[in-house]
Design a protein around this ligand. Structure first.
Ligand SMILES: C[S@@+](CC[C@H](N)C(=O)[O-])C[C@H]1O[C@@H](n2cnc3c(N)ncnc32)[C@H](O)[C@@H]1O
Length: 423
């Protein structure tokens, strides 16, 4: 057990380090007006995490159980305020420098000054806009981002207009379809009154699809998601040295983002990017001239037998977390007839810890897991989940384990095809 003072002492030491860093960079102290702590060196990233986790614990302890429970229960108000700001495009009406009064904002938006004041002041608690003088609004770093970066605004829209309402229907979906692993029996299906799965439903409304795509790009920006972790975090060089050459099949590879990045680094590995017809055509069009021959696109539905025989690696990024165990099993089973002794399945996905964690910096994994439940009836898996999944597909799959490259949000999960006589 640690005392409030003990937590505060740790916080003081971490805060001092970050202050010294921003001062040494000529940024002064951290402020809500500009982003002073982006792109920290790796050692200070650990300090940032420790500061976030300890301040959160300190705050939760200090609130006490009743206030903490009520604070959690009232978080829906945070989203309502943000939804108001999103749907009325408020960030675009506030000057990037200086202030605007509620009355002036009312003239440009057509919304009453009282409504504006109430919803914007609610959002200010989360540092979206500030009021340096009574009645005058100015941008903070967050609201400025919403004003200047369309993908940030699209992320708000996707999460608040599409996912949050669907999440309120998850329990109804569980009651309607108890124990379902079907991708079209979810909170998203109840909310949208549709029997089509998530992506098919989105495809009906181009604007919704576009907003989803922009949101995904925004949320995977930055070093935590950088493909450099995948490039350096796995021994691709061993495959590159093979005389033969080595082959990687990038299943559900989209437009080939992963294969293209790897192909540039490892010029002797051949990549086959498989996806559904429209995506494959787009990918082929986008492929750089210099990579033709090394990267090939091929139509393939991963619920049918794998056509590329004897590849060294069958690779999946951000695929299996969209599918419940029944479907993930089928996808992995369809690889078996194509695999040779030593063929590997390499998966690049989020990995949840086996046990619970209260660390605030690990909340993102929980968020993603809840989203998987809301939209797909799928899950973010733990190392034990992966081991159980492979064991249930076929005894020839030998689960090799999981690894998270330093500084990465995404982990490697690996299994090998071994004939039973080798065990
Ligand atoms: C979340 S994206 C991941 C794309 C890529 N792996 C990446 O990480 O950039 C999922 C991909 O799976 C593809 N997909 C969905 N169902 C599929 C199926 N039955 N067979 C093959 N690909 C499929 C989609 O077209 C999409 O490109």
């Amino acid at each position: 057990m640690i005392s409030l003072t003990g937590l505060a002492i740790g916080i003081l030491a971490d805060a001092r380090q970050l202050d010294e860093y921003t001062n040494s960079k000529g940024l002064g102290y951290s402020t809500f007006e500009i982003d002073t702590l982006s792109d920290l060196p790796p050692a200070l990233e650990a300090t940032r995490k420790s500061l976030i986790n300890n301040t959160q614990s300190l705050k939760q302890l200090t609130l006490g159980p009743t206030s903490l429970l009520l604070e959690t229960l009232f978080t829906f108000n945070d989203l309502v305020a943000l939804r108001f700001i999103y749907s009325h495009r408020i960030p675009s009406y506030v000057p990037l420098a200086g202030t605007i009064t509620y009355t002036a904002l009312s003239h440009s938006t057509g919304i009453s000054p009282t409504l504006l004041r109430r919803f914007i002041q609610a959002a200010m608690l989360n540092r979206v806009f500030s009021e340096p003088k009574v009645g005058e609004i100015q941008h903070t770093a967050i609201s400025r981002l919403l004003a200047t970066d369309p993908e940030a605004m699209d992320t708000v829209g996707f999460l608040i207009e599409d996912l949050a309402p669907a999440s309120t229907k998850v329990i109804e979906a569980h009651k309607k379809w108890p124990g379902s692993e079907e991708p079209n029996e979810t909170g998203f299906n109840v909310e949208n009154s549709t029997s089509d799965p998530f992506y098919l439903e989105f495809a009906k409304t181009p604007e919704r699809s576009r907003r989803f795509g922009a949101g995904m790009r925004f949320m995977t920006r930055g070093s935590l998601y950088s493909l450099s972790h995948l490039i350096t975090g796995y021994d691709w060089a061993a495959l590159d040295k093979l005389i033969g050459p080595g082959t990687v099949v990038d299943i559900g590879g989209g437009h080939g983002a992963v294969s293209v990045a790897l192909a540039k680094q490892f010029r002797n590995i051949k990549f086959v990017v498989e996806d559904l017809p429209g995506t494959v055509k787009e990918g082929e069009k986008l492929l750089e001239e210099g990579l033709r021959g090394q990267v090939e696109f091929r139509e393939h539905d991963f619920f049918t037998d794998q056509p590329v025989k004897g590849a060294d690696i069958y690779f999946f990024r951000f695929i299996l977390h969209n599918w419940s165990d029944v479907y993930a099993t089928e996808i992995l089973r369809r690889l078996l007839p194509a695999m040779k002794e030593g063929s590997k399945v390499v998966i690049y996905e989020f990995l949840l810890p086996d046990g619970a964690t209260e660390k605030w910096t690990e909340k993102q994994g929980r968020n993603l897991d809840m989203i998987s439940a809301t939209g797909w009836n799928s899950l973010e898996r733990t190392t034990s989940d992966w081991a159980t999944l492979f064991a249930g597909v076929d005894p020839r799959y030998m689960f090799l384990g999981t690894r998270t490259p330093a500084g990465s949000s995404v982990s490697l999960i690996e299994a090998e095809f071994r004939l039973l006589k080798d065990r």
